[in-house]
Design a binder for this molecule. Structure first.
Ligand SMILES: Nc1ncnc2c1ncn2[C@@H]1O[C@H](COP(=O)(O)OP(=O)(O)O)[C@@H](O)[C@H]1O
Ligand SMILES: [Mg+2]
Length: 312
């Protein structure tokens, strides 16, 4: 089976995507698959390269805009090429943190209460004061912690807001929850061991903590059984409510024993340092087995979706 590993792309997470793609290629079972690296440098590359390569499945190693946001998924649907992970709707929904949070909140899943500003016209330090410092300022559709800042005082607010707006048309301002950071990897609807994250040099999980060796301690966490049950429920409910398929990773803060969902990642990082492969390893699954499972489950999922369409 010819597997196109789609990587690179044009988002701020391009570098991470290249690392994810290389790691996937390194671990794909050569007995079952023939990997074809497909590096995207500009949007139209996807169509031309995928067509030229004549692949049976697109293994998505992209992150962020034009990759994780449903656009590439839509293009592949149009070309009739099966791809890995969630479909168009879940991909674009999860890319938009504000809309995801609205859906989660409506269904009773906790997520930090905050503000969503659509432009500098919304800038209003008084409402942030009411929220209470410190706050986290983040681009609504970002990833890899790029453009996120922890703001302790009003005097740091303006540059943080301007910085986030330089990357996005909408930004979120949330109270900083000083709790235990957790991430829940889900594969084929099954929750893998919950990982706890402790950054080595920062009060939060910033870019350096995520990708530098030794930037953070990420270990399987043993929670009291009632807290663990709440975390499990919040993770699986988020996955289900946002229509995720095949796999995803739910980022959370456990604060005063309540899990607050920060976001859901539909194409989570799969680099050497990434959390999903670590969580899979803790469940006894090698990277190769994880890829097998993602591929099998994606083929099954696309077959189901496309079979339904043919009946319309
Ligand atoms: N409300 C919050 N309270 C505390 N920390 C937060 C909050 N929101 C984000 N963070 C920190 O910022 C990191 C990145 O935020 P997240 O919403 O997951 O965006 P990204 O898509 O960039 O990963 C989180 O892993 C966490 O460490
Ligand atoms: Mg995150």
């Amino acid at each position: 089976m010819k597997i196109g590993v789609i990587m690179g792309g044009i988002s701020s997470e391009r570098e991470i995507s290249l690392q994810t793609g290389c790691e996937m290629i390194r671990h794909l079972d050569r007995g079952r698959y023939e990997p074809v690296p497909i590096v995207i440098d500009q949007r139209a590359d996807l169509i031309t390269q995928v067509r030229q390569a004549g692949i049976d499945l697109a293994l998505l190693a992209l992150h962020g805009q034009y990759g994780e946001d449903g656009t590439v998924q839509g293009a592949l649907e149009t070309l009739g090429i099966p791809y890995t992970g969630s479909g168009v709707l879940a991909s674009s929904l999860c890319m938009n943190k504000q809309l995801s949070k609205m859906i989660l909140k409506a269904a009773g899943v906790h997520t930090p209460e905050g503000l969503c500003w659509q432009g500098m016209n919304d800038y209003n330090p008084k409402v942030v004061q009411q929220l209470g410092y410190p706050v986290i300022v983040k681009p609504n559709t970002g990833g890899s912690s790029i453009g996120i800042q922890l703001v302790h005082h009003e005097k740091e607010l303006l540059p943080a807001v301007q910085g986030a707006f330089s990357l996005d048309r909408a930004i979120l301002i949330e109270p900083y929850l000083n709790g235990v950071e957790l991430t829940c990897s889900i594969v084929d609807g099954e929750l893998l061991p919950i990982m706890g994250i402790q950054s080595s040099h920062s009060e939060w999980f910033d870019y350096r903590s995520k990708y530098e060796a030794g930037g953070a301690e990420e270990i399987v966490i043993q929670l009291p059984s009632d807290a663990e049950e709440r975390v499990r429920e919040a993770a699986l409910a988020s996955y289900r409510l946002l229509q995720c398929k095949v796999y995803a990773r739910v980022d959370m803060m456990l604060y005063q024993d309540i899990p607050y969902v920060l976001e859901v990642n539909t194409l989570p990082g799969m680099t050497v340092n990434s959390l999903l492969p670590k969580s899979a390893a803790a469940a006894g699954m090698t990277f190769t087995q994880l890829l097998d499972r993602i591929i099998d489950c994606s083929l099954h999922e696309r077959k189901q979706e496309w079979r339904l369409e043919q009946h319309v």
